[in-house]
Every structure is written in C-alpha cells, then in structure tokens.
Ligand binder design. Structure first.
Ligand code: ZN
Length: 447
C-alpha cells in the first residue's frame, strides 16, 4: 500500500496522513441543518466521506465516521415560524436519513443530534468562561476572538477583515464585532430552550460541532471534513473554541469538498432555486449515477451540476455494467494488474477519484480487448471501494429470450437471415438487444 497523502486545508499542503492511534481513523463531518429536504449539493460531503471511509477500510484501517445533524439552529426557527421547530427538525431529520439511505453507502457510525448533546456544549462553554475566553452579555455568551492567537490560521484570513456573518444580532452586546455567539438567550418566538448556569437559551451553531466532535472522537482526532463553504466562520470558530477550551487542536487534518456549480458557471443555491433536492435526482437518475458523478471529480474541485454531467455518469454506469457482464468469476489477468495498482495509488494520493476512475476505464478497455474469459476480481475490488460493486448484479436475460437468441444463431448458421431478423425483433420487443461476437451471441438490456 502506497503512503497515504491528503491535502490539509490548515497547512495548505498535501501531506502524509498518520492517524493519532495506529490503525484507527476518526473522521468528523459537519452534517445537514435540518430545516428542509437536503439537496444534491448537501449529498457531496456525504458521498465523498462515505467513499473515503471505504477506501481507508480497504487500506486496513478501522474507521469511525461521525456526521452530525444540526437540529438546533437559527435557520430551523426561521423556517418553522408559526409551527413547531422541533417537529420540523424531526421530520427533516427523518427525511435526511431516508434520502441518504437511498445512496446505499451505509450510515455513518455516529449521527449525533445537537439537541441531544446540549450538556456537552454547556460544559465546554463553562470551560471557556472560566478561562476568560468568553463572557456573558444580556443572557448571551460570546467568544473573545482576539484572545485566540491562532484565530484565522485555518481559513487563512486576516483577523481585521473578518465578518462573523451574525449581522446586527448582538451587536450592542459584543465587546468586539469579531466575537461570535456561543449561547443565545431564549427569545419569546423560539419554541425550544435549555437551562444553563448563565441563563436559559440555546447553543450557537459552532459550539454544537466542537462539543459533539470532542464527545465522540476526543480532542485531536484525525480528520475534520465538510463543504468549503463551512471553512469560515464555522470551522475557524470550531477550531478556536477547542483550542481555547482544551489547549489542543480539534483535528489534525482538515478536508474540504468543493461546491457544485451550474453548467453555465452560475453559483448554485437553494435560495437561487437552481439546485434540485437529492430525492428528485435519485428518482431521475438512480444512486449509481449519482455516486459515479461525484467520483468523477476530485473532491476539492468545484463540480459542474446539471442534467448533462449526471447523464454522462449514467452512461458510464451502463458501460461498467456491460463490462461486468462479460467477465467471469476469478482472478484477473496479471497483464491488467498495473492498472489496478494505479487505481489504488491514485486514491492514496489525496483521494484522487477521477484519476482512479481513469485507471479503471483503462482496465475495462484492456479487459474488453482480450480474447477469452477475463476474471472479475480486480474490477470488483475497485468498484467495491467506490460503493458500486452492485454493478455486477446484472440479472441475466430471461430464459425465453435466451431460447430465441439460440434459435436466431441456428437460423444465421443456416443462412436464413429473414428468420434471424424476425427473431431479433422479438428479442428487442422483450427489452434486450442481441449482438454477434467472435465467440457467439451476447444479450444486453436495451437502455
Ligand atoms: Zn460543524
């Protein structure tokens, strides 16, 4: 196994990955804020980190993947106005689980709910208050950004040009506009609140993640992941909170996936209305195409989204199925082995899935060119890491169509082409196409 190298956002370099505990990898990924059905953009970190987990497991590591559910958040209170924020969050959490289940990549090992982790958040805020890293103001608690000498290092920003994006909220209470909320005092129009030593209220978004990540993985775990849009202020603030409270870094490696971009280059977002819900994309294209689509781009790069790229992925899925159907069970030819090696080396080099896929396509082309049966083992292993081994589960043609194809082969051998054409039409009416190869006929499902 080649040395594993991953890009680290904090050091802005690809560096060797060495887990804190030999053989074990802890990954925390910021999950969805459950105020609406998740969209195809939210599915990218879910797919990228689920596949990364598969690859690390294939490389021999025991992986613990934590993806939280942000079910206490401003966006949820705002979306639930007039109704229950708790019911909305419950409904959308269930929808998120159902939608991502359809990707068939398994569940993360832990999916903590912010609402079930309040005690850990209160504890961490108390530590920050005791250490002078935070202060109470009007029932809110704010983090003193300028007391953290390391602030800005993760996102590479200059402290004086930062904006926490909290708008006018708490502006008269903050000692410094740069400070951000750890706790927000209960407001009359919010229907959930918890007790804390400094007053009733609810946690800010950033402390939720620090507390949940530390509770499940400890301080200094291996990989913190999420979308690039979360780098600032969310991840910068998570890092600052843990550094200040615990005197140690939250995570050793920070990995960020790129965003989706419309094929015309326009930014995609729910508010612009140009991004589809995940369930709709799955209805239209299926999970195989969605996974191959995400794997076709390097996780750090933006990825073009639209019907065209997903349709291209669906065509790729079909080509893989066709190739899988032609293979036989058993060892693959040694001559193709270097391509299998290249596939795994590409993944070990900053999880370069497009480069790995290129090696896989070369393997498939090589297999197609070979005369005689080709063993499936290498392709199964590659597809397994991509969560696509199911592409081997191709139901064969029904016996009745197989009999028609055999009758057609006999008709052709007897030069009865009219009869052969008639039989071909019957096979196609059954949803399959027939193709003649040097070794006999081949039936493939019509697209
Ligand atoms: Zn987070």
């Amino acid at each position: 196994m080649a040395e594993l190298r991953l890009y680290d956002t904090r050091t802005r370099s690809v560096r060797e990955f060495e887990p804190r505990d030999p053989g074990r990898v802890g990954i925390y990924v910021c999950g969805p804020t459950v105020y609406a059905r998740i969209h195809i953009g939210n599915a990218r970190p879910f797919v990228v980190f689920s596949l990364l987990k598969r690859f690390l497991e294939h490389a021999g590591y025991t992986v613990c993947l934590v993806v939280n559910v942000t079910d206490v958040n401003d966006k949820i209170y705002a979306a639930a106005r007039g109704g229950s924020s708790i019911e909305l969050a419950d409904t959308m959490t269930a929808a998120y689980v159902a939608d991502t289940d359809r990707l068939e990549l398994g569940r993360p090992d832990h999916e903590p709910l912010a609402s079930a982790s309040i005690a850990a958040m209160v504890e961490e805020i108390a530590v920050l208050l005791n250490g002078g890293h935070a202060y109470v103001a009007g029932g809110d608690v704010y983090f003193r950004v300028r007391r953290d000498a390391g602030y800005g290092a993760l996102s590479g920003r200059d402290v004086d040009s930062m904006d926490q994006g909290e708008g006018v909220e708490g502006v008269d209470l903050k000692e410094d506009p740069l400070d951000f909320a750890l706790w927000k005092a209960h407001k009359a129009d919010e229907d959930s609140a918890w007790d804390a030593p400094w007053g009733r209220g609810r946690p800010g978004w950033h402390i939720e993640c620090s507390a949940m990540a530390e509770s499940l993985l400890g301080v200094g775990f291996d990989i913190h992941g999420g979308g690039l849009d979360l780098l600032f202020p969310h991840h910068e603030n998570e890092a600052a909170q843990t550094r200040s409270a615990r005197g140690a870094e939250l995570a050793a490696h920070w990995m960020h996936n790129g965003m989706l971009a419309a094929t015309d280059g326009e930014k995609m977002s729910k508010s612009l209305g140009n991004i589809a819900p995940l369930y709709e994309v799955l209805d239209r294209h299926g999970r195989d195409a969605v996974i191959l689509y995400f794997a076709s781009a390097h996780y750090r790069q933006p990825i073009a989204y639209g019907d065209e790229p997903i349709a291209a992925a669906a065509a790729g899925v079909q080509r893989i199925r066709d190739a899988a159907r032609r293979l036989v069970a058993g060892d693959s030819p040694l001559e193709l082995r270097p391509l299998h090696v290249r596939f795994f080396e590409a993944l070990a080099d900053d999880f370069n899935t497009p480069s790995a896929l290129a090696a896989m396509w070369d393997w498939i082309r090589g297999a197609n060119r070979r005369a005689g049966p080709v063993g499936d083992r290498d392709l199964r292993e590659m597809l397994g890491v991509l969560g696509l081994e199911n592409l081997f589960d191709v139901p064969g043609p029904p016996a009745a169509l197989l009999a028609l194809a055999e009758a057609r082969a006999i008709a052709r051998a007897e030069d009865d082409y009219a009869r052969a054409d008639e039989l071909r039409a019957q096979i196609e009416a059954g949803g399959w196409s027939v193709r003649d190869t040097p070794t006999g006929f081949e039936l493939t499902p019509l697209a």
